[in-house]
Design a protein around this ligand. Structure first.
Ligand code: ZN
Length: 374
């Protein structure tokens, strides 16, 4: 693919392309100025009250090559978002920021259990976040849904409660359930009861797996827990046929994921910052894309990784040489893997993606190369 796009698109053009974002953490994407204002109102001390310095502080904290260290910054963002006003505000701003980044459909995830320290109950937490998101959608015209996260390091009984909460809000904008947090020592199958409940309710499941841990984590997520999508899946390549010697599934897991069109929510900068990879060049993203997996490119955390989806596409363009045709595949893959339901997915593809990419290719002087619509 390298060389197909020697000039490359500038960041502004990439920002103008309609994008789909499936893996985005609400409390990893606060605006620095909002953090400062929330902290001032709530009398919480911060390492800096200058927005730029504060943003740099979060980035330095996240960029230490370790997932547990990466997650530390969430302690601050969560401490500031324990009331309705704060939750509504950050949810609304999240949608506004995604719209400004050219995202037309997003699934925003968060862990409600981390927002009940100020006296809100779980339903109030959900209503606050959904209120902000719906307001943001009205204001910007984009479509944003919610994924409820449970945390691997917490009691599995809490995960079941989060699963019930997610299903309870399925008619109000919640489209999926996720298991997040530190993978090490916390296999997804420990939370099997939550997943059994979700499957009985015909609900959508995505699981963070194969980021810090190997393919057994991905295998458990799919075959024990019923995941329809995998967050990160960076280490899936360990299962690719030529590398499978002695591995758990002997290459059949990767083939299963390919054949069943299980979406992979891959992230570049975030993987670099957590130490899942040492260099973006080593990231399996291009290989997975070329081999026809339903791969999507995501941000993970706008604030912690000091990036945007447009910047991640630009990074992929610079490192892997991808261009407009691959950008269209990424957007289409995102739409196909979205949890919003079939008719909404079709509408998203028809109304927001196909024509826009055809126009973009014409403007950019491309030859209208048909994309793989698998
Ligand atoms: Zn994540």
């Amino acid at each position: 693919m390298t060389g197909e796009n020697p000039v490359g698109l500038d960041l502004e053009t990439i920002r103008g392309l309609p994008k789909v974002l499936l893996h985005d953490h609400l409390d990893g994407g606060l605006r620095p100025l909002t953090i400062i204002e929330l902290a001032r109102e709530r009398k919480i001390e911060l390492p800096s009250s200058d927005p730029e310095e504060l943003e740099a502080w979060f980035f330095r904290g996240a960029n230490r090559g370790s997932l547990p260290l990466y997650l530390e910054g969430f302690g601050i963002t969560c401490s500031l978002t324990q009331d309705t006003e704060a939750l509504r505000r950050i949810a609304l701003e999240r949608v506004e920021d995604l719209a400004a980044d050219g995202v037309v459909y997003a699934e925003i995830r968060f862990a409600p259990i981390l927002h009940i320290q100020g006296g809100l109950n779980l339903e109030q937490v959900m209503e606050s976040v959904l209120g902000g998101i719906h307001r943001g959608c009205e204001k910007t015209g984009i479509d944003a849904r919610v994924i409820v996260c449970a945390l691997r390091n917490m009691d599995p009984a809490i995960s079941l409660e989060m699963a019930e909460l997610a299903v309870d809000f399925r008619d109000r904008g919640v489209v999926g359930f996720d298991l997040a947090g530190d993978e090490s020592g916390h296999p997804p199958k420990k939370h099997i009861e939550a997943f059994q409940y979700l499957r009985r309710c015909n609900f959508n499941i995505t699981i963070h797996a194969g980021e810090a841990f190997g393919i057994s984590s991905i295998w458990q997520a799919i075959q024990y827990c019923g995941a329809h999508r995998i967050g990160h899946a960076t280490r899936l390549v360990e299962d690719f046929a030529e590398h499978h010697g002695g591995q758990l599934s002997g290459g059949t897991l990767a083939k299963y994921i390919l054949d069943k069109r299980i979406s992979l929510e891959m992230c570049l900068s975030s993987n670099l910052h957590t130490g899942a990879i040492e260099d973006v060049k080593e990231h399996p993203f291009l290989r997975v894309l070329q081999e026809g997996y339903r791969v999507t490119l995501n941000v993970d955390n706008y604030l912690m990784s000091a990036t945007t989806l447009s910047s991640e596409w630009d990074l992929a363009q610079r490192v892997f040489g991808i261009g407009i045709d691959q950008f269209e595949i990424l957007a289409l893959n995102g739409a196909k893997g979205a949890f919003c339901g079939h008719s909404d997915r079709v509408a998203l593809i028809r109304n927001s993606l196909l024509e826009a990419y055809a126009d973009a290719r014409t403007k950019l002087g491309g030859e209208g190369i048909p994309v793989d619509a698998s």
